[in-house]
Design a protein around this ligand. Structure first.
Ligand code: COA
Length: 165
């Protein structure tokens, strides 16, 4: 991983971030969404302080991570939901793990105590990634939504910060 670095996401990363997003959606196992949003929508929905990209030795964006708030209620102010996507050509080299570790550090520093995510059971890479990064499986929601006309289960995962007490 010597050639991969993680830095804050910038507006200039938009095209590559959205292309990597779409490549993940096209696998059919990343999200119920099928079409990546435009940058204005992405930018409006993701918290600005906790967005990162991974770049290779040529400064090309090869992955990203970002979070959305889960609730407007004050009690859940420290609970966010994240997305992590890596360029298919850069997968299997620890890029997502670097991104998640950066996100964990950044959110903990900001006082965010829980990061959660929903993952399709078929997404073995994502399930392994998250469990290695300290997420636990809460359980599986059964046939909770339709994706391309087919009911899908979703595994709920969370990481509760051990440092925010
Ligand atoms: C899921 C995804 C982000 C993983 O990215 P990645 O950079 O390839 O992951 P990493 O290389 O950091 O691997 C992290 C861990 O997962 C494991 N892993 C990676 N791919 C795997 C696979 N296909 N099957 C099982 N485990 C896998 C790795 O071995 C590693 O575990 P280790 O530390 O014990 O070796 C990537 O596959 C992706 O972008 N998929 C499409 C979008 C998506 O599904 N995003 C997640 C939505 S919930």
């Amino acid at each position: 991983m010597a050639d991969i670095a993680v830095r804050p996401m910038a507006a200039g990363d938009a095209n590559l971030v959205l292309a990597i997003y779409q490549a993940g959606l096209d696998t059919g196992n990343a999200s119920f969404e099928t079409v990546a949003p435009n940058w204005a929508t992405f930018d409006a929905n993701k918290l600005a302080e906790h967005r990162f990209v991974a770049v290779d030795g040529d400064s090309n964006v090869v992955g990203w991570v970002a979070v959305t708030p889960t609730s407007a209620r004050a009690v859940y102010a420290g609970v966010v939901e994240h997305s992590v996507y890596v360029d298919p050509a850069a997968q299997g080299r620890g890029v997502a793990r670097l991104l998640l570790d950066e996100l964990i550090a950044s959110t903990e520093t900001a006082g965010i105590w829980t990061i959660q995510s929903g993952v399709f059971p078929e997404n073995a890479a994502s399930l392994t990634l998250h469990q290695r990064a300290g997420f636990r499986v809460i359980g599986t929601r059964e046939r909770v939504g339709r994706h391309h006309g087919r009911w899908r289960d979703v595994v709920l995962l969370e990481r509760r910060s051990p440092t925010i007490t």
